[in-house]
Design a protein around this ligand. Structure first.
Ligand code: PLP
Length: 474
């Protein structure tokens, strides 16, 4: 395509896509929260075989838009599934620019704007979470990758403390690493541990009803592995309950044994923006050696935007040796590739900076506190109804619900039936999970766009669904 043709295509396409985007976003509040179109229909729209020849760009984009029925309207304020945030307007606009600018931010000279924005965002996040000012950082595809990065540094450092350089010598023949993890830690931690060759070293720590490590058990396990290189993994926001480990004693016990504390804080880290939550629930966060979070859940940044924060910048750099003569890596500049596992990648900090700049610390605190209040509101409606139990404390944004049927199927089945019917009605969307062996409905209040009306409507729909199933005896 000649550049004049490319310009003509863009001038036709971008206004058209803007109109499609605005129509989609405008329609979200009215739309039922479910996917309307089966996969066969999507295949019929999208796949008539690999095209032999080029097509008109506008024609192809229209074909894609025609398959929009296959989208999950997860930007709706009534979507409470997984832990999924929406996208704040400033972040969405900046994300469009990220694609237009198409920066590859391997090294400083690939995108000075990205290199500088990473410095600013890293510093702002340390301040927002009240972490030491020396905290180092990397921007990753997702929280799982931030966990992988944090644990890569952890593995390197605890072995270095025992005179072993894992980057140079590998794992074989080295000291055995002990890894103690919260038994309900997300797979975003256990999976990287397995990838790092530490799967066989994992010992699970029992937890309480909120999914918090029982400290006497931690003490016992630490005593059992004392003298070995040690990594302890806890969480700030359990995926079901939102439970937060008792961070200060966790850190103190780990450090007293010479260990490294890694925290999976995918969504919970943002609670640190709330002064009240930071000083109560998250007390001790600043003692973590590494922390993994992301901006695409509770900060409502567009996917993808994981963040790794590491207390010891030197340990961070040492764990990631790099030899690539073609890269221009002057020492007086910060090069993203030296702090992360990826080489080529998107400039994730463009939307991140925009959101942090737009909200400010007070705006992030408000975003978090409003979602916590909405979780309480939802839990209050549900608790008031006979046969509905809220299982967790609802200290953050997660609500864990179980439905009881006195004369019908067992509660696991009834809870699943309520969840299926709730999803079918489209007045809200949430998925089920297993908590301590029991089926539960888990609702996550993560979207900036959720209103109190959305919450009340979802609660009414859940209560009516439960009552109908109870009355009809199903
Ligand atoms: C507590 C927790 N940790 C880790 C993850 C994984 O995050 P990501 O999907 O960004 O890798 C999630 C995802 O919901 C989570 O809730």
């Amino acid at each position: 395509m000649k550049s004049s043709e490319q310009m003509a295509a863009l001038e036709e396409l971008l206004p058209e896509v803007l109109a499609v985007a605005l129509e989609y976003v405008r329609g979200l509040p009215q739309r039922q929260v479910r996917t309307e179109v089966p996969d066969e229909e999507l295949r019929a729209i999208l796949d008539d075989g690999l095209p032999a020849d080029p097509s008109e760009p506008a024609e192809v984009v229209r074909q894609l838009v025609a398959a929009g029925g296959g989208l999950v309207p997860s930007g709706s304020g009534k979507y409470f599934g997984y832990v999924v945030g929406g996208t704040l307007p400033a972040g969405l606009a900046a994300d469009w620019l990220t694609s237009v600018w198409d920066q590859n931010c391997i090294v400083h000279d690939g995108s000075p704007l990205t290199a500088v924005l990473e410095e600013i965002c890293g510093r702002w996040l340390a301040e927002l979470f009240m972490l030491p000012a020396t905290t180092s950082y990397a921007f990753t595809p997702a929280c799982t990758h931030a966990d992988l990065l944090g644990l890569t540094v952890a593995r390197h450092q605890v072995l270095a403390r025992h005179g072993w350089d894992v980057a140079r010598q590998g794992l074989q023949g080295g000291p055995a690493v002990a890894v103690l993890v919260n038994e309900s830690i997300h797979a975003a931690v256990t999976r990287p541990l397995q990838v790092l060759g530490l799967g066989g070293s994992i010992r699970s720590l029992p937890t309480d009803t909120e999914g918090r490590i029982l400290l006497p058990a931690l003490r016992e396990e630490i005593d059992a592995v004392r003298g070995q290189p040690l990594i302890v993994c806890g969480h700030v926001g359990e995926i079901n309950t939102g439970g937060v480990d008792r961070l200060r004693p966790l850190a103190e016990l780990t450090h007293e044994a010479g260990g490294w504390l890694h925290l999976d804080a995918a969504f919970g880290a943002w609670a640190a923006a709330s002064p009240h939550l930071r000083h109560t629930l998250l007390d001790g966060l600043e003692l973590a050696d590494s922390l993994a979070t992301d901006a695409h859940k509770w900060l409502n940044a567009p996917y993808d935007c994981g963040i790794a924060l590491i207390a010891d910048a030197q340990a961070h750099r040492e764990a990631l040796p790099l030899s690539a003569d073609y890269l221009n890596l002057p020492d007086d500049q910060r090069h993203p590739v030296q702090w992360g596992l990826e080489v080529s990648r998107r400039s994730r900090v463009i939307p991140l900076w925009t959101i942090l700049r737009q909200l400010g610390a007070a705006g992030v605190a408000q975003l978090v506190e409003e979602r916590c209040a909405q979780a309480q509101r939802l839990a209050g409606h549900l608790r008031a109804e006979p046969g509905i139990d809220v299982l967790n404390d609802v200290a953050l944004n997660q609500v864990l619900v179980r439905f009881h049927h006195s004369s019908g199927p067992d509660d696991d089945t009834h809870t699943q039936d309520v969840a299926d019917a709730f999803q079918e009605h489209g007045q809200g969307w949430a998925g089920t999970s297993l908590w301590k062996g029991r089926t539960v409905l888990r609702l996550s209040l993560s979207n900036w766009a959720s209103t109190n009306d959305d919450i009340d409507q979802a609660a009414r729909s859940l209560i009516a669904t439960h009552q109908n199933l109870t009355v009809t005896g199903q």
